[in-house]
Structure formats: C-alpha cells, structure tokens
Design a protein around this ligand. Structure first.
Ligand SMILES: [Zn+2]
Length: 55
C-alpha cells in the first residue's frame, strides 16, 4: 500500500486512480482530484511526507 500524500488515504498501487512522478519517486492518489492538487504544489505535499518521518 502507498499513501496518498494529499488526503493521507491508503492507496493500493495496482488500483490507484492516478499516479504522478516527482524527483524519481512515484506517488499514488485515490482520485484524479488529489493528483491535480498535488501537481499544483508538489513541494508542499512532499514536505509534509518528510516531516512525518523526522525526529
Ligand atoms: Zn486522495
């Protein structure tokens, strides 16, 4: 399972409604709308991912 970086939902890689690649990483989305949001401001959502794993 992968995590939709926009809404935080768990997404099955094989059943993702949309995917997007950024900086060599593939992101999976539960819906096309989440992908659109991510692509508007990918850095914002990528930062959120980083924060979670920090400290
Ligand atoms: Zn989503």
């Amino acid at each position: 399972m992968a995590k939709d970086p926009v809404c935080g939902m768990e997404v099955d890689e094989d059943e993702a409604a949309a995917t997007s690649e950024h900086m060599g990483k593939t992101f999976y989305f539960c819906a096309e709308a989440c992908k659109e949001k991510f692509e508007e401001d990918p850095m914002k959502y990528m930062k959120m991912e980083k924060k979670r794993g920090c400290c």
